[in-house]
Design a protein. Structure first.
Length: 205
């Protein structure tokens, strides 16, 4: 067990943009305290909290981590090892919603994020690991502000997919995130510290 670096002071309530900025800075500052071995061990701990979910899913969607984002890659590899189809977001047109394509992220997409080849088959995940900048106790998420995920995951949630936000511990805010009508609330938040289901009591470790 890696001792966690000290967490920054709690982020205070504010506008979505001010919360996004403060949470992003806190995430960068936290990751700057980690050496490669500590980061890898924390990402392994994240995967351990996702093992049961990944084992029960048919199609698991991950994401290609950028910068200070926590990587779900260990969890994705575990899902593949137990027979799940693995998928990642892929844009064919940056002005249109992405699709989840089965396969590894091998080519750069229009935003510089790695994604599967355009010839990879489209799939509908039943478990989606969602990157975020911050999330509150209701599952209200702050992303990069472009709405890419909200345009895709709402329909999948209505068809039964579980939406699991993934991040470092300080990305779970005590402050309430102001939600717009089009924002899609997530079902749970996973970090190296555990898996928290929103609308249920307690935190599962």
């Amino acid at each position: 067990m890696v001792p966690s670096p000290p967490l920054p002071p709690p982020i205070q309530p504010g506008s979505k943009e001010s919360l996004r900025s403060a949470a992003l800075e806190a995430r960068k500052a936290f990751v700057a305290t980690l050496d490669d071995a500590s980061r890898a061990l924390l990402e392994q701990q994240l995967a351990e909290h996702l093992t049961a979910l990944c084992a029960s899913a048919r199609v698991v969607a991950g994401y290609s981590a950028m910068g200070s984002e926590i990587s779900p890659q260990v969890a994705i590899e575990e899902a593949r090892a137990v027979g799940a189809v693995v998928a990642f977001p892929a844009f064919a047109n940056p002005a249109k919603p992405f699709r989840f394509l089965a396969g590894d992220p091998l080519v750069p997409g229009p935003f510089g994020i790695m994604q599967p080849r355009p010839t990879a088959p489209p799939v509908e995940p039943d478990l989606i690991l969602v990157p975020l900048i911050a999330i509150d106790s209701r599952g209200a998420r702050i992303g990069r502000g472009k709405g890419h995920y909200d345009r895709v995951i709402g329909r999948l949630k209505r068809s039964g997919a579980k939406l699991i936000g993934v991040g470092w511990p300080m990305q779970r805010l005590e402050a309430t995130v102001p939600a717009d009508p089009w924002d899609v609330h997530l079902d749970a938040f996973a970090s190296p510290e555990g898996l928290e289901w929103f609308g249920r009591s307690g935190r599962a470790h």
